[in-house]
Design a protein around this ligand. Sequence first.
Ligand code: A2P
Length: 341
Amino acid sequence: MLKKKDKYIVAVVGATGAVGNEMVATLEERNFPVEKLRLFASERSEGKTLDFHGRPVSVEILTDKVFDGIDIALFSAGGDRSLEYAPAAAKAGCVVVDNSSAWRMDPDVPLVVPEVNAHDLAWYTKKGIIANPNCSTIQMVVVLKPIHDAAKIKRVVVTTFQSVSGTGKKAMDELLNQTKDMLNFKDIKPVVYPYQIAFNCLPHIDKFMDDGYTKEEIKMVKETRKIMGDDSIKVTATTVRVPVFRGHSESINIETEKKLSANEARAVLSTAPGVLVYDAPEKNIYPLPTIAANKDDVYVGRVREDDTIENGLNIWIAADNLRKGAALNAVQIAEELIKRV
Ligand code: A2P
């Protein structure tokens, strides 16, 4: 259980990865009260340092013995590491905020997007682990929540356009190298993805399940219900990887119980925390991954009524998957946590 302090000993597990790097930058940028920062990765990263508030911090090798004295650990080193090390960290009295999917659906682990369900942090002590949702789910629920409160959502149909940074650093390198190689008429060999990602779209994120959906699609369905605390919301998803480095976009069709006009939806969204209405199509103003990259808000635009159903809306959103979709949400969870101790 976390104790109130002026400053905390904070760890980032998987610090050398795409999300881990962003976690370190976000802790610095938001001036999180850090007494000491500890960074962990695999033996491959031994000897590396990362800068924090202008000082180099050495990367240490992760073992289950390292967590004594650490107050809060932000994990982003993959699901297997989370399964293996998060219980050891919690046992040592360290609160884990885990970015992997390993613990998200555990009934004793809160799954939190602070703008939506910060109240669920009240029971984090059951396991000492708090899960950070899937990147695409986070940006979607930040926008769904105010609409649900205003008009009660019955059904959501979402298609995602997800950047390669969601897969990690190796995937970002793969997109860069394939793009260069294709433009130089060289042969390419896909490694991270089953097909070339440069100049392509892959309707395949995470593993395929027996029913033909991918695990990523199932995550969006189940996590949305858990975060919103409402099992009646029907969600169906198609998740697509696109050759974008940073920023996920989503086309979302929403069916509500009560009628909400496009103007009413914009009004509701304009006062919602973490949301920026960016919707003036006559001036070519609509959300883009290049606009949402390196920003905190979820951008919402192309708000339209869907007249094929009684109460329907179509929207288009974009957000920085490494920030709100991962590192920022994790740091916001830690901020909420220290407010509550
Ligand atoms: P390392 O750089 O030493 O391999 P990404 O998702 O961007 O690929 O990053 C994954 C992160 O998880 C990296 O920081 C990586 O460290 C870390 N990681 C991967 N495997 C292990 C492991 N066995 N023990 C500790 N950290 C690991």
